[in-house]
Design a protein around this ligand. Structure first.
Ligand SMILES: *Cc1c(COP(=O)(O)O)cnc(C)c1O
Length: 758
């Protein structure tokens, strides 16, 4: 293995060819500085803190937390910030605790074994993907951990999970994204329930990021021409197990002040910001890889945002070979693959010809193309001078393979893009599908992992795609799974109370309202979770459509129901914000005052608490607008049960018996579909109420003498058993290898092996 991929030396430049040569000048990397500060027995904590691998070990809960529990929460579970701020007295205290030292030592040994393993699943089934010619994965956002807030939602979380499983399976992969100074935004709700966006600087210097420097200790930079100026970007490295994630950052004093804000916000600003960021990600991303001496065998464009990278690959190739664009087009296509995530035409990025002129007039000559030839690369219909430039169109034209993210989404995409393949029937449109999954080791609560290790075998977490392993869930005693589930629910409720109390304080609510947060929710009540972006198509307020009926269900004194909401609306999405406001109003009704909670500022941390603690996960998008959805998959690994519209992944996950009754969860609205939105909302909400009243609530409260709901637990087990082997990123990555990265590779699910030992 190329050492530069796993050791902590991030120096490049003259020494790049010879990794064993130490940098000649006296510059310590951040990680070396941290190591120097730590007492001898704890030095390896520096390596662990600078690699997010620790975050998916089962020992993750208290490893850093036990050093300073309050500070750990305050710094957002940022391991580097915690160690930086810990006093030497406290660190030496920890360093004389033999059991803590043993833990650190054991974890460090496991880490070294993981990082150095040669005989990985990928090396066996797809040896043609090598460290020298890795896969390069481009995405506008990455959700690796809450302490690296450069993500907004599903796309980013999926990308983060993609990197973790690629690392675990040993797939040689590097990733490229942007390092947003202020990330997405922090959500605060006013007393009127209106979302306000707050922005805070990310302290890159105190985060698990290393700035890539040359052997003179200067930041390595690349340049991209944007708005007639040369913009410089520096490169931060985040380590995600064996995967290096490179994040471009234009916030440098030698840039114009406007350009310094180019990487200020994720999905902020207007079309201008958007195109500028996409130029940086695509073109700058390829330049960064070249500068780092990384020559990918395949570039994976995760969503259209990165599609400009195909142009830069072409430009490099033209420069190298002197051939024309049309001569090397096939070579470029051969090196690129594309995943689309958006099931509606309006959701795909398009740029006006004017905007394209101002950003690319200097660029197309370097491809040897005329303006018309260049613009036609992104045109859905050729020959129309007003036709906008589509990023998905460019990506589909310039890649050798493309996929949607669920079976249904594949179908929808083939229909939507048939226009680009006029000589093909819809079924022949070359867009396949690979259904999304989640990184189980990140999303499964350690309390559940522990149960699985005991009953499914210690190797369950390295063989997640093996259906036979999950069959053994039937052997788990009901009492055993139930107390663990209830404990996680209590943990979720404690988190919710704490966060709601904080929000009420920040909002300046009356003292009795602040105190009342301590009585919010009850672990003995059926608990529903609903957390996702508040895009109108996700219908966050569908449940309130018949307010009276909802009140009867939630306010029922015998068999009550409670629900926890979380999610942000995009800053420009007024309708999304109105939905949040409606929910906030609803929370305040006397009859259900302790039954409904809304947690502000949804992030990975709150997400984990939710998916690990709820009884039922609710998802009611307008079909077929949810390309896949992944939060419901996280719930399955923790024994939660899905109640969802048959959209995205749930079309594949939901199993019913011969009478049409759900075995592993519930389907809202069955297969009834109409283009009349009002009518569809009516059908779906009524179906949801009936499911709650007639099936979900009675099943939950059906208990034996000891209060154990055996019939409910049967569905929990079915949810775990049927969904887990399919909807995880190990299976997903294996599919990406077989279909996109190394076509022709045969994948046997039972043999997919992750190299982690928990
Ligand atoms: C999983 C997750 C998402 C994506 O959930 P969907 O079901 O795809 O809407 C968004 N945000 C966070 C914080 C998540 O953990």
């Amino acid at each position: 293995m190329d050492r530069s991929d796993c050791n902590d030396s991030v120096f490049i430049g003259k020494s790049v060819k010879n990794h064993s040569i130490e940098p000649k000048i006296e510059t310590m990397t951040k990680i070396e500085t941290l190591r120097a500060k730590l007492p001898f027995p704890l030095k390896r904590l520096a390596d662990l803190a600078y690699n997010y691998w620790w975050s998916w070990t089962t020992d993750r809960i208290s490893l850093f937390q036990s050093i300073a529990p309050d500070e750990w929460q305050r710094c957002g579970r940022n391991a580097v910030a915690l160690l930086e701020s810990a006093s030497y007295v406290r660190l030496t205290q920890m360093a004389k605790d033999p059991s803590y030292i043993k833990r650190v030592k054991a974890l460090a040994e496991q880490f070294d074994k993981y990082m150095n393993e040669k005989d990985t699943w990928s090396s066996q089934v797809a040896p043609q993907i090598t460290r020298d010619r890795p896969v390069a994965y481009f995405c506008a956002e990455f959700g690796v951990h809450e302490s690296l807030p450069v993500y907004s939602g599903g796309l980013g979380i999926l990308a983060g999970d993609h990197l973790k499983s690629a690392s675990d399976l040993g797939i040689p992969l590097v990733a490229v994204g942007l390092c947003y100074r202020q990330g997405y935004f922090n959500q605060q709700l006013s007393r009127a329930g209106w979302q306000e966006e707050k922005y805070f600087d990310n302290p890159f210097d105190r985060m698990p990021l290393e700035l890539i420097k040359d052997d003179r200790g200067e930041a390595v930079t690349i340049e991209v021409e944007i708005r007639q100026r040369m913009v410089k970007a520096q490169i931060w490295l985040a380590k995600v197990g064996r995967v290096n994630l490179y994040l471009l950052d234009t916030d440098r004093p030698d840039n114009d002040s406007i350009d310094r804000w180019l990487t200020g916000h994720l999905y902020g600003g207007n079309q201008e910001t958007r195109i500028a960021q996409e130029v940086l990600l695509g073109i700058g991303g390829v330049r960064a890889l070249t500068k780092l001496g990384i020559h990918p065998s395949v570039c994976h464009l995760n969503e259209g945002h990165a599609a400009f990278c195909t142009l830069e690959i072409a430009r490099e190739e033209i420069q190298k070979t002197g051939k024309s664009f049309y001569d090397i087009e096939a070579t470029v296509r051969d090196r690129c693959v594309f995943t689309t995530h958006t099931p509606v035409p309006a959701g795909h990025d398009v740029f006006s010809p004017d905007l394209m002129d101002s950003y690319f007039a200097h660029y197309w000559p370097s491809l040897g193309l005329s303006r018309e030839q260049f613009l036609s690369l992104g045109a859905r219909r050729l020959g129309d001078p007003w036709e906008p430039f589509g990023m998905t169109v460019l990506a589909l034209r310039m890649t050798r393979a493309a996929n949607g993210v669920s079976a249904l989404h594949g179908e929808v995409s083939r229909k939507m893009w048939n226009i680009l393949y006029p000589d093909k029937a819809e079924a022949q449109v070359p867009i396949g599908h690979i259904t999304n999954g989640v990184h189980a080791r990140t999303w499964t609560a350690p309390l559940m992992s522990d149960l699985y290790s005991e009953y499914l075998g210690a190797d369950w977490s390295t063989h997640i795609a093996d259906t036979a392993i999950w069959e053994k869930i039937e052997q788990v005693p009901d009492e055993e799974i139930w107390w663990r589930h209830q404990t996680l629910k209590e943990r979720l409720i404690a988190h919710t109370r704490h966060r709601v109390k904080q929000s009420r304080q920040n909002r300046g609510e009356e003292q009795y309202r602040i105190d009342a947060a301590d009585n919010l929710l009850d672990p003995d009540i059926l608990t529903i979770g609903f957390a996702r972006r508040f895009s109108p198509y996700k219908r966050g307020d569908l449940l309130l459509r018949d307010a009276e009926r909802a009140l009867r269900i939630f306010g029922n004194t015998e068999r009550p129901v409670q629900i926890i909401f979380a999610g942000k609306a995009h800053p420009h999405d007024e309708e999304g914000k109105r939905i949040i406001q409606r929910l906030m109003d609803w929370c305040r009704q006397e009859k259900i005052i302790n039954r409904v909670a809304l947690i502000e500022n949804y992030d990975i941390y709150t997400g984990q608490k939710l998916v690990q603690g709820v009884d039922v996960w609710l998802n009611n998008p307008r079909r077929p607008l949810e390309a896949s959805g992944t939060s419901g998959q996280k719930v399955c690994f923790n024994g939660g049960i899905n109640c969802s519209v048959l959209d995205g992944w749930w079309c594949e996950g939901y199993k019913a018996d011969a009478n049409g009754k759900g075995i592993n969860g519930w389907a809202i609205g069955e297969d009834a579909h109409t283009s009349d939105q009002e009518l569809q909302d009516k059908i779906d909400s009524e179906s949801l109420y009936s499911l709650l009243e007639e099936e979900i609530v009675p099943l939950y409260y059906d208990r034996d003498a000891n209060g154990i709901p055996h019939n409910w637990i049967k569905v929990m087990k079915a949810s775990i058993k049927t969904n887990s082997p399919a909807f995880n990123t190990d299976r997903m990555l294996a599919d990406y290898v077989a279909q996109l990265y190394a076509p022709g590779t045969t994948v046997k699910p039972a043999e997919i092996r992750a190299s982690v030992s928990v």
